[in-house]
Design a protein. Structure first.
Length: 453
């Protein structure tokens, strides 16, 4: 009895503490602020493990029960939601099984016979503390680098499906790893040191079930990805049509108002006011015409008219400088030009609208620089954080609260299709996307064959 108590104090409690510590480190939860919960979780885990051992529960079922217990502890002692509780338990137990496998690998690598650990309690404890040292290492690494899985937590349904897929695959990997560890342990570790069940088929069936679940989730994720891409790539065209329709309705409505004002001035006999008003209308019309001056493509002109009306509604100053010397992506399909320019302008409008009125602007320039054609869209707006830059063109990634994350990947893929380059600058509340395409080489702006197949 005294031996069991000693093992409980010097082995079970440290193991329980490290299992909880590793899981908490995944979410950067500080133990010093949660000492009472940490002590309760450690004690419950250690006592449960020792009781299962005394009841003669063999290795595999014991591990499954302890996994469920750890997940319940995070759910009801730490009051974590179900998904984080599962993630913490999976993370902790994945490293637990890996630590056991590494311990076996180290002993085998040193050509030490496991039977030697039966001869002395001190040697058995030294083996246990080798395992505990390996188990502690991952939590310490997470703690030093302040790793927090919540920063990677998905915000959209599409990404949550991806998380479920990864979790399902991880569980399947965990079961396979578990079976391998059991096989190795059964081969090398004496029976009186570790009691192992012979019912491997149960875990093989469980692995098969998890593989099927993973395949189903993978299919669902593919469907969600296709749907998201279709939805997000169709959305810009709908926006462009709505913008153009709004512009036409606005012109019709404004024209009626202008005629009413001019008629009123004429009835009053105030010709000077009529002249002043008409001159103002002429200037406004010239500003509208100026945004398409030099544009060769009528589709682009219609797009710019529509966006201009939307920007006017948001109080955004739209400055356009398009050189007729620029080929203006003449080798591109109209639909691709609209996808690129429309997405860039939509992003610019969304960003500029977040600035105070009077500081909102969008600048578009399309010109030649040597043997290269360039198009840039610059806007005022919140600076894109440095940590977001590497992920800016990842499918599904978005800095917006409402999600999205397909517009910029579409821009990048279209530009790449025509052998172009895309650069991003974002500092001091100014963001600029620049597209550069070679014009000197023959067929340089024609899409690659694999992109047209």
């Amino acid at each position: 009895m005294s031996g069991q108590l000693l093992e409980f104090i010097i082995l079970d409690i440290p193991e329980g503490a490290l299992m909880v510590f590793t899981a908490l480190a995944l979410f950067n939860i500080k133990i010093k602020y949660e000492g009472r919960r940490f002590a309760i979780s450690t004690l419950v885990y250690a006592v449960s493990g020792r009781l299962l051992t005394l009841l003669g529960v063999v290795y595999q079922p014991k591990l499954l029960l302890m996994f469920l217990l750890l997940m319940l502890l995070f759910r009801f002692v730490w009051w974590q939601p179900i998904s984080p509780s599962m993630a913490m338990a999976i993370g902790s137990f994945s490293w637990f099984i890996t630590a056991e496998a590494l311990t076996v690998a180290v002993i085998n690598g040193l050509n030490i016979d496991f039977s030697i650990f039966e001869t002395s309690s001190l040697l058995r404890y030294s083996l246990s503390y080798l395992y505990l040292a390996i188990l502690a290492s991952m939590g310490i690494v997470f703690w030093i680098f302040k790793f927090d899985l919540r920063k990677l937590w998905p915000k959209t349904k599409h990404n949550r499906l991806l998380l479920l897929l990864v979790a399902s695959g991880s569980l399947n990997f965990l079961i396979i790893l578990f079976l391998n560890v059991v096989f190795v342990a059964d081969k090398f570790i004496p029976k009186n040191l570790l009691k192992i069940s012979e019912d491997y088929w149960v875990y093989q069936v469980l692995s098969l079930v998890m593989a099927i679940v993973t395949l189903i989730l993978f299919w669902k994720y593919l469907q969600a990805t296709v749907h998201l891409v279709e939805q997000e790539t169709e959305a810009p065209y709908s926006k462009h049509l709505i913008d153009l329709s709004t512009a036409v309705r606005s012109i019709k409505h404004d024209a009626l108002n202008h005629f009413t004002v001019i008629l009123g001035f004429l009835r009053m006999g105030d010709t000077e006011k009529v002249m002043e008003y008409v001159q103002g209308l002429v200037k406004e019309s010239r500003d509208l015409i100026d945004i398409t001056e030099g544009v060769k493509n009528k589709t682009v002109s219609a797009l710019l008219y529509g966006k201009k009306a939307r920007m006017a509604k948001e109080g955004i100053d739209f400055q356009v400088k398009i050189s007729p010397r620029a080929p203006q992506f003449e080798g591109w399909k109209d639909i691709d030009t609209v996808r690129v320019l429309g997405n860039l302008l939509d992003n610019a409008i969304g960003a500029a609208a977040k600035m105070p009125k009077g500081e909102r602007y969008i600048r578009l320039e399309w010109n030649l620089r040597g043997s290269e054609e360039y198009l840039y869209v610059e806007n005022s707006g919140p600076t894109i954080p440095e940590e977001d830059m590497p992920h800016l063109f990842d499918l599904g990634y978005s800095t917006k609260e409402e999600g999205g994350g397909v517009g910029l990947p579409v821009v990048k893929s279209v530009v790449a299709k025509y052998r172009g380059f895309l650069e991003v600058f974002s500092k001091h509340d100014i963001t600029r996307f620049t597209i550069t395409v070679k014009t000197s080489q023959e067929d340089s702006q024609k899409p690659r064959e694999q992109d047209t197949a």
